[in-house]
Design a protein around this ligand. Structure first.
Ligand code: SF4
Length: 447
């Protein structure tokens, strides 16, 4: 290894690090070599100390990865620390919210690295830049403007961005995992019934449907807010909760506004391959949204087909449990048969349908009924290959009635082992039904 090689590039040439349309390697402050690579949707920086910095194309701080953890910031200005969970604990990541100081330190570090990079690009003579791809002039031309933006994201600017987000969006407390990087458009605010005992996601947000003009303005402002960073987002998610519950004629009028601002694939090309959207600012592969089984019945298969024609390609239905008794206990205003009927109509219309089941709901008191009736629900459902069953551990928010109910009814919670066993039972049965089980946690999430 010579004095300008960094571990990331040890024994590699630029040909071995695909995915970057341009790249340079140079030394920043204190003579530290860094590799800067630009992709279609982000800028990455690799240091010799094993740190990797990621920025969106607006220059906003996005991720910092080290060997032990990853810090991540969303455009709503919340931050997460992710640590890999050992396989015996189910794999995946432990996610933990960053406090204000940690988030401020994260943003400051990424901003300072931006300043160091800009300084280095401006003062390093061409011959001292070790790697350039595709060539020096092109690489500098493409990378420097983004580094200038990164260097502009001072703590004050970050604060202004946070306020700008709040002026465009209501909070985005949850998205299905395959939409974590979606372009969110909010046709509604809040949840249409907001009764579920375990959920406090939209508490304090009165439900309302935006008018067509308001929604149109929202789309414009959301596109402007994300700017070049939209290239990272390949799907649209129609929020907030249960946007599909909007009466059909209003929903159609709202959805018709979307393709006036963005490009959705023509019907004959759906579902599109990732390259259809990759790196393109206003191309999206389709629209996803939450649905509930109760208002879901107010629409016919023809209605759902009409929504499919407008770009809706996947919906997410919070079934929670197949047991009527449990649904009543958690105050979910939908019955299993209503939800099965809704799924049937969706499938008839060709809309991919994912459902969410709560693991451990009702603790030991309801364990047997929950497993038996939920598996029966899955087996009786019209779900088809490609549809997923999300398995989400019930989360006890202290401000949600679920916790008080568990305490009041003196219900014993499942132990970690019992929870894992329940997960395995679900996973096996779902696979036997040729569907895809996807374990996930709803908290914490950042948009
Ligand atoms: S779980 Fe879904 S439907 Fe129930 S209150 Fe929360 S957002 Fe509304």
């Amino acid at each position: 290894m010579n004095d300008t090689d960094i571990k990331y590039l040890e024994h590699k040439s630029l040909k071995d690090v695909p995915g970057f349309k341009s790249a340079i390697q140079l030394k920043i402050r204190n003579d530290k070599p860094v590799f800067i690579g630009l992709r279609d949707d982000a800028l990455s920086v690799f240091t010799d100390e094993g740190k990797q910095y990621f920025y969106d194309l607006e220059g906003q701080p996005w991720r910092l990865s080290t060997l032990n953890y990853t810090l991540q910031r969303g455009v709503s200005h919340y931050g997460l620390r992710l640590r890999k969970r050992p396989k015996e604990r189910g794999g995946g990541y432990d996610r933990e919210r960053l406090n204000d100081d940690e988030l401020a330190d994260f943003c400051k570090e990424l901003w300072q690295v931006g300043g160091d990079m800009l300084d280095a690009i401006e003062r390093t003579p061409r011959e001292k830049i070790k790697f350039t791809k595709p060539d020096y002039d092109t690489a500098i031309l493409q990378i420097k403007p983004i580094v200038e933006r990164i260097a502009g994201y001072s703590p004050d600017r970050i604060e202004r961005e946070r306020e700008r987000f709040a002026s465009v969006y209501q909070p985005v407390p949850v998205l299905p995992p395959d939409h974590y990087r979606a372009f969110v458009l909010q046709a509604t605010e809040g949840c249409s019934f907001d009764t579920c005992a375990f959920c406090s996601l939209y508490k304090g947000i009165p439900f309302r449907v935006r008018s067509v003009d308001e929604f149109d303005e929202h789309i414009k402002r959301a596109i402007e807010f994300h700017g070049e960073a939209l290239r990272q987002r390949s799907t649209i998610f129609l929020g907030q909760a249960n946007a599909i519950s909007i009466p059909q004629h209003r929903l159609v009028a709202l959805m018709k506004r979307i393709p006036e601002h963005v490009v959705l694939p023509p019907d004959e090309e759906r579902p599109v391959k990732p390259k259809w959207t990759r790196g393109k600012r206003l191309h999206f592969s389709g629209i996803g949204a939450f649905i509930d089984g109760f208002t879901g019945l107010k629409k016919t298969a023809d209605d759902y087909r009409e929504l499919w024609n407008l770009g809706l390609d996947r919906v997410y239905l919070g079934v929670e449990s197949g047991s009527e008794e449990i649904l009543e206990w958690i105050q979910k205003p939908a019955q299993p048969d209503q939800m099965l009927d809704t799924i049937e109509r969706l499938k008839e219309a060709g809309v991919a349908t994912d459902i969410i089941m709560l693991l451990g709901v009702g603790g030991k008191t309801y364990e047997k009924a929950h497993i038996e009736m939920s598996l029966d629900f899955i087996n009786r459902s019209a779900l088809t290959k490609g549809d997923r069953v999300y398995l989400s551990e019930v989360v006890e928010y202290s401000d949600a009635p679920y916790y008080q109910r568990m305490e009041h009814d003196r219900i014993e919670r499942l132990s970690e082992d019992e929870m894992k066993k329940q997960l395995d039972v679900f996973k096996d049965a779902i696979k036997k039904r040729r569907l895809q089980p996807v374990p996930y946690r709803i908290d914490p999430f950042v948009y």
